[in-house]
Design a protein around this ligand. Structure first.
Ligand code: PGA
Length: 248
């Protein structure tokens, strides 16, 4: 199965900085795997232009569930596609924690993205408090049951899921490769219970949370980890290239 290395730039890089980044990595080859950069809305069209004819795919970091309308500050799936995005992150913990997103809005965004033809990267993950009180499995199961309610098996084929323990994001604390693998194995089991073994086996499950050029080899060697969603380390073209080379 092909691996996925996706960068999440969050609120970083002007258009020029974004274009300079792509210029530096545009010769990387995916070797049948998938390389994605999820960039700020304002960078999408410029990045899509330089990334055209390369192995680098372009993603956005959020999408609204309506097609058009009075939603000041929001962006629709059609607009993202029009700007050149192919992928979109949905339900990142920063959106859930700082901008009031819920499993229900994740579900609505997911539906809208899929019906427009965008490929979603859906984020799941528990807080430190939930982890310490042994609620990780429950929290993840709930996020899946509610966030993916009504998603068909055919739709699932276009979805990538990222497990990002919130305590590991931007903190320098990575889950141990064993921990990450075990939790991702559990997530696969939950999807298996809903969609069956074949679909669960083919579902691409990424790890995210302080992944970098030094720990990617160990994480990616784990049987259930199919790739990574990388924040901080994806901002440097040198580090991102290194991560891709190690992962593939
Ligand atoms: P990080 O972010 O790699 O900086 O921890 C990951 C993410 O939030 O997607």
């Amino acid at each position: 199965m092909n691996r996925v290395i996706a960068g999440n730039w969050k609120m970083n890089k002007t258009r020029q900085e974004a274009v300079d980044f792509i210029e530096k990595i545009k010769d990387v080859e995916d070797g049948g795997n998938i390389i994605i950069v999820c960039v700020p809305f304002t960078d999408i069209s410029a990045v899509a232009k330089v990334a055209k004819d390369t192995d680098v795919k372009v993603g956005a970091q959020n999408v609204h569930w309506s097609e058009t309308g009075a939603f000041t500050g929001e962006i629709s799936a059609k607009m993202l596609l029009d700007a050149g995005a192919e992928y979109v992150i949905i339900g990142h913990s920063e959106r859930r924690q700082m901008f009031g997103e819920t499993d229900e809005t994740v579900r609505m965004r997911l539906k809208a993205a899929l019906s427009a033809g965008l490929k979603p990267i859906v984020c799941l993950g528990e807080t430190l408090e939930e982890r310490e009180s042994n609620k990780t499995h429950n929290v993840l199961k709930n996020q899946i049951l509610k966030g993916f309610a009504g998603i068909t098996p055919a739709e699932m084929e276009n979805i990538i899921v990222a497990y990002e323990p919130i305590w590991a994001i931007g903190t320098g604390k990575t889950a141990t490769s064993n921990d990450a693998n075990n939790t991702i194995a559990y997530i696969r089991e939950v999807f298996e219970a809903i969609y069956g073994a074949h679909l669960a086996k083919n579902l691409r499950l990424l790890y995210g949370g302080s992944m970098n050029e030094n720990n990617v080899a160990e994480l990616i060697a784990m049987p259930h980890i199919d790739g990574g969603l990388i924040g901080g380390a994806s901002l440097s073209p040198e580090k991102f290239r290194k991560i891709i080379e190690i992962a593939y």
